[in-house]
Design a protein around this ligand. Sequence first.
Ligand code: FAD
Ligand code: NAI
Length: 509
Amino acid sequence: FSLLRWTWRLTYLTAIGGVAYIAYGIWEMRNPPEQPEPDPNKKTLVILGTGWGSVSLLKKLDTENYNVVVVSPRNYFLFTPLLPSCTTGTIEHRSIMEPIRNFLRHKKTAVKFYEAEATKIDYAKKVVYINDDSEIKGDISSTEVPFDMLVVGVGAENATFGIPGVREHGLFLKEVGDAQAIRKRIMDCCETATFKDQHPDEVRRLLHMVVVGGGPTGVEFAGELQDFFNSDLKKWIPDIRENFHVTLVEALPNVLPMFSKQLIDYTEKTFKEETITIRTKTMVKNVTDKYIEAESTGPDGKKQLERIPYGLLVWATGNALRPVVKDLMSQIPAQKDSRRGLAVNEYLVVKGTENVWAVGDCAVANYAPTAQVAAQEGAWLARMFNQMAKTEQINRSLAELSDKQEKAPNKEARDKVFEEIKDLQKRLNRIKVIGPFEYTHNGSLAYIGSEKAVADISWLSGNFATGGTITYFFWRSAYLSMCFSTRNRILVLMDWIKAKTFGRDVSRE
Ligand code: FAD
Ligand code: NAI
């Protein structure tokens, strides 16, 4: 009986301890301590971007070692893997955004943040020119930021391959604004299709949702859109039932080229069951406001040009270089042969420079442009900068001590300094020399709709491919655990419960 009482008391105390710990965590999160101001005498480390690469660097960086300045037109971090879910309202966009200010406010030493776009990097002058692109501008909206060290993590922009009409009529899926625009356009197409006396051909066009690009972005979006139709749209707007249709257009012979053959087949089969049409070997050549012109290759190898009418066009054909990156490359002779981004060495140093590093989609290091790669690069760079700072500090102290040793008045004083030098040298030897960056591939995951996902997982030096509903639960738990903060995790979880319980919101903002 006494044992039971003690067990009960222990459980009770543990529960109180747990609640107090969480409450303290929340209190601390909401009341960050005062931060020391950055020291302008320290080296200025300028970080461009607040995406996967830059934020992962900032997370692990000891900010007291440098005078850190962050420049990005986005004052938040965006958890891109769940962005396709925001296009249909399965997840609300704010649930996957984390304000960069909150995050920076918890660093040991303050970090300067400027919400601005880097318009030009002058490598020779060691200066970044920045521009305030926001609606509200002060008297000064363009200025320059000098740097000693620079990290370029500006990501990439949407590739259009110069195809006419894409920028004017297509919608992309990279930023929060894109997801909001798509959500609005879906509802607009549905409402306009049900407008009184609308011609049947026009109804069919308006309800034809075309996705160009069979990479993971296109596939995930097509899956989410079909889910939206199956679970909500067709119930609330029965008039669109007959004509709502999703088509995925891909230039290559299959979708998801980075996944294993078995998962490609599984995805294509699932899409077929869900009545999503996949048009492979079909290359879009021109886009107008109402149709796309695509060249398809038939089984006999013959090419034909056809017009595909659409109401919504989502363009997801991969990445292209940002102008600021292109311009920087043009200043560095060693970058002349690089086409896809800033060529970096195994230490992520931009080739042809000494004080510029690049991470993520704007860097070319022979890895795919994914969040996984960007995050690992950022974290590695932080460790390298932390060690560099420690080593430099010890070397500075060593130089001071050897000076002191030379000027020492007698042997006793010289011996004392010698002991200090020995101690410092031991500390220097203890700092582990960091090896070159090595990427660890943990696998690829993609949602394909109808509560199914595909996963190519690297595990115990082997690979295994899996697809289906269990993989979907794995996909969900993996991405939930990877969300930036506990706040994000709770919001995403609540959004999933809300969408499942009440359905997605079909109002047009
Ligand atoms: P980004 O995360 O794009 O960040 C770039 C940052 O630079 C942004 O803050 C931007 O505002 C800022 N910036 C832009 N221009 C400038 C400028 N001129 N000056 C200063 N700052 C600038 N990868 C995965 O591994 N798994 C997934 O499931 C996955 N899902 C995805 C889903 C979608 C819809 C998309 C679009 C991508 C997905 N990716 C995924 C890819 C992944 O998002 C990118 O590889 C990753 O974001 C690259 O990180 P980054 O830091 O290089 O760039
Ligand atoms: P992508 O580069 O992976 O795929 C684009 C596709 O568009 C290609 O298959 C290409 O053949 C096709 N295409 C290009 N031009 C075309 C045209 N004119 N007509 C028809 N098809 C055309 O691009 P995506 O999907 O935007 O992904 C970008 C990066 O982000 C990739 O590295 C990807 O791995 C990563 N990502 C990863 C996700 C995940 O792991 N779940 C999700 C989304 C993106």
